[in-house]
Design a protein around this ligand. Structure first.
Ligand code: ZN
Length: 308
């Protein structure tokens, strides 16, 4: 059995010339491909797979998952799945609903989509001061970011500065400043699926799960921090009226992005399964021993799945 991960599925947006997304036409082609080659696991079959800890119930079929609750999941993905009689699991980070603030990870996507990487990098370098970089990374930062010309495009360097070098507690403020400098183009209040739309999707057969509050690298947080991210996110989903089994998806994914504490907490709060990012099929062993990090492919590993 294969689980597939999607993020943005939409059409071209002229205000975001450099934006990376899966075009809806390619999404349709990929669904056709899955239909012809594997078929799709029904909700009932998936429940059976989990209960019996046996992937053969789902044969060689495919399960569709969508991360981050971007508005295109309502406008593009949901109608397409409904037309085909399919369902998907949608993982929702809840900060945008609790505070009205976009996640930093998405602000970086929007900036990189709207502006040239070199311009972003120059701006960021001017705004970043040494005290925003952890001491042990400073030398590396100066060598890699200020000196020799690299072959890496400005975008990768910009992302590295924001995501890797800049200390987490300064990140939101740095992004605020960069956006202000650029006239804050690209900020959109309808970036995420709204609460009403989430419920409409649930009514239409889609499943909703937690993707934390603020989309952190959980392994970087202590137990208290991780507990807050999980509790507050499920509390929000419960309050919203989300029903069905508790499921979760690790922000960023990969075995570095969570730790044993995360897994123990997920078990404690009754999460029945969680998804990781790992390029392989789900096996029976995962269903008994690795339920809190089931493997999941990126859609770009299959035909028609490349970003536009
Ligand atoms: Zn995510």
């Amino acid at each position: 059995m294969k689980a597939i991960m999607y993020h943005y599925v939409r059409e071209a947006d002229s205000s975001l010339p450099n934006f990376r997304y899966l075009h809806i036409d390619n999404f349709r082609r990929q669904l056709d491909h899955f239909d012809a080659n594997y078929g799709f696991v029904s909700r009932q079959e998936w429940a059976e797979v989990l209960k019996k800890r046996d992937v053969s119930v789902g044969q060689n079929k495919v399960l569709l998952t969508f991360d981050d609750a971007m508005s295109c999941h309502f406008t593009h993905v949901f109608p397409e799945l409904q037309d085909r009689g399919l369902w998907g699991i949608f993982y929702v980070p809840v900060q945008p609903y609790l505070t009205g603030k976009m996640l930093d990870v998405h602000r970086v996507h929007l900036l990189c989509g709207a502006f040239e990487g070199d311009r972003l990098l120059t701006l960021a370098r001017d705004l970043v001061s040494d005290d925003m970089i952890p001491f042990e990374k400073r030398q590396d930062f100066h060598q890699k970011t200020y000196t020799t010309q690299t072959n890496v495009s400005g975008v990768s360097e910009f992302k590295r500065l924001i995501n890797y070098f800049c200390e987490e507690r300064f990140r939101a403020q740095l992004l605020d400043e960069i956006m202000a400098e650029l006239g804050s183009t690209g900020i959109s209040s309808d970036f995420y699926v709204s609460e009403t739309e989430l419920l409409e999707m649930q009514k239409g057969g889609m499943m909703l799960g937690s993707h934390t509050v603020s989309h952190p690298v959980m392994s970087k947080l202590d137990e208290g921090g991780q507990t807050r991210e999980l509790h507050l996110s499920f509390e929000f989903l419960d309050r919203l009226g989300v029903v069905g089994p508790r499921t979760y998806c690790h922000p960023y994914g990969g075995f570095h992005s969570f730790d044993a504490t995360t897994v123990a907490l997920l078990d404690d709060i009754g999460v029945q399964w969680s998804f990781n990012v790992e390029s392989r099929d789900i096996e029976n062993a995962d269903l008994s021993r690795g339920r809190q990090h089931l493997p999941r492919y990126d859609c770009n590993e299959f035909p028609h799945g490349s970003a536009s």
